[in-house]
Design a protein around this ligand. Sequence first.
Ligand SMILES: [Zn+2]
Length: 161
Amino acid sequence: MIDEHQDLTLSTGKQNYVLVADQQGLRVLAPLLEAIRDIGSPYEGPLLEEELQDRFDHVVDSILGRQKVGSYLYVAGSRRLVQKVCRIAYASGFTDGDMQVKVTDGSFRIFCSRCYMITERVDFSVFICDSCGLKLEPSTHYSRYHDAYLGYPVLGGDSHA
Ligand SMILES: [Zn+2]
């Protein structure tokens, strides 16, 4: 499991660096980019989601696809962006040891186990579903279908009771 909240640090001795971000993540990557320039290492990017728009997936896929051993990937941005780029990176042969990621939006999506409504949360504490009033505890079970984490009902936690 990759730590997505740790601050990014320069991993030295790499053949090439690839940087991927969205507008917000770019701020996180800026000092890193400076450091990479300072050591004079080759790099590609930063590939910006807002700039590439519809071509983003394709460009990231083709650039990561032709990386050789010793390439290192930095991704910073929303959880959605980081998850997407990680999927492409893993498919291109990158491992957790070849990358660092930073999620900048800090919130994540949880869906209610009863009504399936999605709530955006910034922490893992218990909350009440806005839609059906069920008391929910965020779990680490991630559903691709809902693109969200499952919220388990807390026993005896129905606020309508
Ligand atoms: Zn609900």
